[in-house]
Design a protein around this ligand. Structure first.
Ligand code: PEP
Ligand code: MN
Length: 344
């Protein structure tokens, strides 16, 4: 249920509505936007349907939310969500995800060694990336593949974060690791294989750190939004959604990057949307064209894999950009961003 307030609604009237909703055992979610103020109501709709909300002073209209997700829904919040990451080093700029700037996230698939991580971090920061990506805990299809450096990898991430002054996004796979990963990460990543690990979503929902949720390998957009709802319903509103390709019958690429997911999610939700073309296609030479497409259709950010020597990468070498290809992609992305009234 959504209550749209009149622009003339007084604080007292708003308070009276909020308190009444609470007294009925429902949870009001007050959202003050630049153009309108709305109250989203969460709880058993059958209770509230019997209440004469329309006659409360200050109420303009009352609508039912037909979507299964509420907090993640565009109707539920007056303005788009912006997530601010404080700078690692005092004096540097904060990073805002969901604002006018397109946020580029770059780095290797996995943390492999401290030195290589340090080198990539420096290169991607110089190239304009605002976050460093790299997995310490890796969800690999085969148990015989490199599983990530785990806790040691997290330590390298923490050290490189400080040394280079770049925020970190890294994957958390296990509820038991959330606290430990959140101590290092600026953004927690939920991987495509864990998009519907509801216990994990609930635990990251109780963390204070922003969460990026990848779309499930065979997940629908609605399922992705329901995953966001899990995190938000636990109190963490700082959620970023990430399109990373889905499984289809097409074999030419690793996954099929669903570029239409970007405008669909932006229509249905107020949450920022990122695109990961690296996992979306699995081939380094397709990454840059798809990143440009992502920016053109309205993505708030792009996440790409970069490796100083892809043939030696311990995971996903075939889709990693060389530093010089990353730099070229960045200069092309800047032009696309300008053409859609954004900046990098
Ligand atoms: C990754 O980002 O390295 C990763 C494993 O991604 P996904 O969960 O999208 O496969
Ligand atoms: Mn990868």
């Amino acid at each position: 249920m959504i209550i749209v307030l009149k622009s003339t609604a007084s604080e007292e009237q708003i308070q009276h509505i909020v308190e009444s909703i609470e007294s009925w055992g429902m949870t009001p979610n007050l959202s003050r936007g630049t153009e309108r103020t709305i109250i989203g109501v969460i709880g058993d709709e059958r209770t509230i349907r019997t209440k004469p909300l329309e006659v409360f002073p200050g109420v303009d209209s009352v609508m039912s939310v037909l979507k299964p997700y509420k907090l993640a829904s565009a109707e539920f919040q007056a303005d788009r969500t912006r997530i601010t990451l404080p700078p690692v080093k005092a004096g540097e700029e904060a990073t805002v995800i969901g604002g006018k700037d397109i946020v580029v996230v770059a780095g290797p698939c996995s943390v492999e060694s401290k030195d290589s991580l340090h080198e990539v971090a420096r290169v991607v920061k110089e190239g304009g990336a605002k976050l460093l990506r790299a997995g310490a805990f890796k969800p690999r299809t085969s148990p015989y593949s490199f599983q990530g450096l785990g806790v040691e990898g997290l330590r390298y991430l923490a050290e490189v974060r400080e040394a280079v002054g770049i925020p970190i996004i890294t994957e958390v796979m296990d509820t038991r690791d959330v606290e430990m990963v959140a101590e290092v990460a600026d953004v927690l990543q939920i991987g495509a294989r864990n998009t519907q690990n509801f216990n994990l979503l609930k635990v990251v929902g109780r963390s204070k750190k922003p969460v990026l949720i990848k779309r499930g390998i065979s997940g629908t957009i609605e399922e992705l939004l329901m995953s966001a709802e899990y995190v938000m319903s636990e109190g963490n509103a700082n959620v970023i959604l990430c399109e990373r390709g889905i499984r289809t019958f097409e074999k030419a690429t690793r996954n099929t990057l669903d570029i239409s997911a970007v405008p669909v999610i932006k229509r249905e939700s107020h949450l920022p949307v990122m695109v990961d073309p690296s996992h979306g296609c699995g081939q380094w030479d397709l990454v840059s064209p798809l990143a440009k497409a992502a920016v053109a259709v309205g993505a708030d950010g792009v996440m790409v894999e970069v490796h100083p020597c892809p043939e030696e990468a311990l995971s996903d070498g075939g889709q990693a950009l060389l530093p010089k290809t990353f730099e070229k992609m960045m200069s092309e992305l800047k032009r696309v961003a300008e053409s859609v009234d954004r900046s990098i």
